[in-house]
Write a protein that binds this ligand. Structure first.
Ligand SMILES: Nc1ncnc2c1ncn2[C@@H]1O[C@H](COP(=O)(O)OP(=O)(O)OP(=O)(O)O)[C@@H](O)[C@H]1O
Ligand SMILES: O=c1ccn([C@@H]2O[C@H](COP(=O)(O)O)[C@@H](O)[C@H]2O)c(=O)[nH]1
Length: 234
């Protein structure tokens, strides 16, 4: 099968890694998500992954804590997830490198753009941890930034909803799903499925997003094969 995209940035929801337990990492679920990633590699696709941290910690939900410190905790949570995903991919025989935006050399490589591109060219999957490396941002913005730097063709946002709706479908059962929309519409309607910094950045850089549900991990393969899945934002 020929992939529609040569180089993809897969943004994995942290929450998705928790499976039915709702918190932390369920390793069977991690493996379910890693298998389609191997299929992408078998199809000849170059794959970089940014993992969220919502299964452990989100700085914006930290309440009374100092926000910067809370965001540092969130970024560390994304590293736990990145290591878990890397382990799952390696168990499937893939060559994998973890790169973090905050240096922790004993654990992972530091993020070096040219090195990341080289890994991709050599067929290695890269898992990026720590998002942008800065507080007050999110892993959506981290995904947008890395996608621009490595010149990914698209960002695949594999998340807990099956696309972009005109309001949050978890709060409004009447919400209607879009098949396609523009970043301008996401921004004007303040649609919370991705953060506004990421939407604005990708609008300027011309990097499309495909937002789809990770509940069925095979959607990752469908997305790269060009099948109709989720919502395309461009
Ligand atoms: N208009 C909308 N359309 C679709 N989903 C929306 C909308 N507004 C808000 N959401 C919410 O956005 C969520 C997805 O983004 P969210 O940032 O919460 O998770 P994530 O980026 O996938 O990763 P993590 O779980 O690591 O935080 C959905 O679960 C959904 O409830
Ligand atoms: O660039 C970044 C990326 C993330 N954070 C912190 O990590 C958590 C988890 O990321 P999610 O995107 O919410 O899954 C986030 O809530 C922030 O607290 C960050 O500070 N900077």
């Amino acid at each position: 099968m020929t992939p529609k995209y040569k180089r993809v940035l897969l943004k994995l929801s942290g929450e998705a890694l928790a499976g039915s337990q709702g918190h932390g990492i369920d390793f069977d679920t991690v493996m379910d998500i890693c298998r389609p990633v191997k299929t992408l590699r078998d199809m000849g696709c170059e794959v970089a992954i940014v993992v969220g941290g919502g299964n452990f910690w989100r700085g914006r939900s930290s309440g009374k804590m100092d926000r910067t410190r809370a965001d540092h905790m969130g970024m560390l949570a994304t590293v736990i997830n990145a290591l878990g995903v890397a382990d799952g991919l390696e168990q499937l025989g893939l060559s994998v490198r973890v790169q973090t935006a905050i240096a922790m050399q004993e654990v992972a490589e530091p993020y070096i753009r040219n090195r990341a591109v080289r890994h991709l060219e050599k067929g290695r999957v890269i898992v990026f941890g720590c998002g942008t490396g800065n507080p007050f941002f999110s892993t959506d913005t981290g995904a947008a930034l890395r996608a621009a730097e490595i010149e990914a063709d698209i960002i695949l946002k594999a998340t807990m909803v099956d696309g972009v709706y005109d309001s949050d479908p978890k709060k409004n059962p009447e919400a209607k799903r879009y098949e396609e929309l523009t970043f301008m519409e996401v921004l004007n309607q303040n649609l919370g499925v991705m953060d506004m910094t990421a939407a604005s950045f990708c609008k300027d850089r011309g990097i499309p997003w495909l937002v789809f549900s990770i509940e069925d991990p095979e959607n990752i393969v469908r997305a790269v094969s060009g099948e109709a899945v989720g919502t395309l934002v461009k």
